[in-house]
Design a protein around this ligand. Structure first.
Ligand SMILES: Cc1cc2nc3c(=O)[nH]c(=O)nc-3n(C[C@H](O)[C@H](O)[C@H](O)COP(=O)(O)O)c2cc1C
Length: 337
């Protein structure tokens, strides 16, 4: 079993990329890290059950270059959470995060995700056990409420109970989750966003780190939110338009951009892609996460089409990506110019 060295990269939550099942896979995260050295990345949610009973190594697989990287857990059993938090540290993750925001039915049946907003004591127990088990930060990602428990007082009760167990950082998706009747996708769009509630949380609990999430698309919006909160987390926009990550280090950390142009970013992935192909990963499992890179660029559509039509053919390798790259205009000048 190989354990990575614990992360030495600076961990800041000023800008993070949200955990997204099937999307923030190691392949997407590798690209994201090439584009920004400073954005905090999150894994997809992994359930404690999968880690306790399943193929732990496979579920925790990541590349050391991805740091700072947080592992997101789904679960509510304090002993299992403690065990998984310990694994997170052993495997080198920079943070362990508990999912209290995901509304899917499958997840509710096992007392995982947003339904836990109705059980602040259980979340607190889990957090306390995780904190006891590990030295890395333990954070919670949650909603502003669930149907039936959607008052300001309920939210404060949740924050106070969970922070009393030692959680200092709350990542708040600024809408409630409706546990019956809406699909997970609808639950990310239909309940209205209430950013002012997240701002109020920061005012009411200034000693806590409050990160805002939900519906954020532009840097201008990010800067507005940063006037009221400690950090922004972007999900869908970062996935569909990953090139925006290339400006994060300059825009939010005052540092040099990590990469000059999209071609360079993709070419920097080649050794990793080859390594993945060599261990039997299908090219299409990797390229599906690269589709957004040339969004809105001349030739971007041809780039995507070439990948969709060819990456799934047996034996496809890096040449398919090289051909796709030739469909988009030559590298644009560096970001700095
Ligand atoms: C495809 C997809 C999968 C998601 N999976 C997770 C997950 O595993 N854990 C989690 O906490 N949130 C998950 N989310 C929710 C996001 O982390 C985020 O809270 C939500 O999309 C709102 O942010 P956005 O508007 O910037 O996308 C998922 C969202 C999407 C689109």
């Amino acid at each position: 079993m190989t354990f990575h060295q614990p992360s030495v990269s600076a961990l800041s939550r000023r800008f993070s990329v949200a955990p997204m099942m099937d999307w923030t896979t190691p392949h997407f995260r590798y690209l994201a890290r090439i584009l920004s050295k400073r954005a905090l990345l999150y894994t997809e949610m992994v359930t404690t059950g999968a880690l306790v009973h399943g193929d732990t190594e496979r579920f925790l697989r990541h590349d050391a270059s991805e740091y700072p990287l947080a592992l997101q857990l789904g679960g509510s059993n304090a002993n299992e959470l403690a065990h998984c938090a310990r694994l997170a540290q052993q495997f080198g993750f920079s943070e362990v995060n508990l999912n209290v925001g995901c509304p899917s039915d499958r997840v509710q049946n096992n007392m995982i995700g947003a339904c836990l907003m109705g059980h602040p004591g259980k979340v607190a127990e889990g957090v306390a056990a995780m904190r006891e088990a590990t030295d890395i930060p333990v954070t919670v990602k949650h909603r502003i409420g669930i149907n039936g428990r959607e008052s300001w007082d309920h939210l404060c009760e949740f924050i106070e109970t969970v922070s009393a167990a030692g959680c200092q950082t709350f990542i708040v998706h600024a809408r409630i989750a409706i546990l019956e009747g809406l699909s997970p996708k609808e639950n990310r769009d239909i309940p209205p966003l209430k950013y002012d509630w997240v701002y109020r949380l920061k005012q009411a609990y200034p000693h806590l780190e409050i990160i805002i999430n939900g519906g954020i698309k532009t840097f201008e919006e990010c800067h507005q939110h940063l006037e009221h909160t400690d950090g922004v987390m972007l999900g869908r926009e970062a996935y569909h338009n990953p090139w925006l990550l290339a400006d994060v280090d300059t825009e939010f950390f005052g540092e040099q951009p990590a990469v000059n142009n999209r071609h360079e970013a993709l070419q920097a992935m080649f050794p990793f892609i080859q390594q993945e192909l060599d261990r039997g990963v299908y090219l299409t499992h990797i390229t599906r996460h690269l589709m957004g890179l040339f969004l809105g660029q001349p030739g971007g559509r041809q780039f995507r089409r070439h990948l969709s039509e060819n990456a799934n053919k047996p034996g496809s390798g890096l040449e398919v990506i090289e051909q796709a790259l030739s469909k988009v205009r030559e590298p644009e000048p560096s970001l700095a110019s």
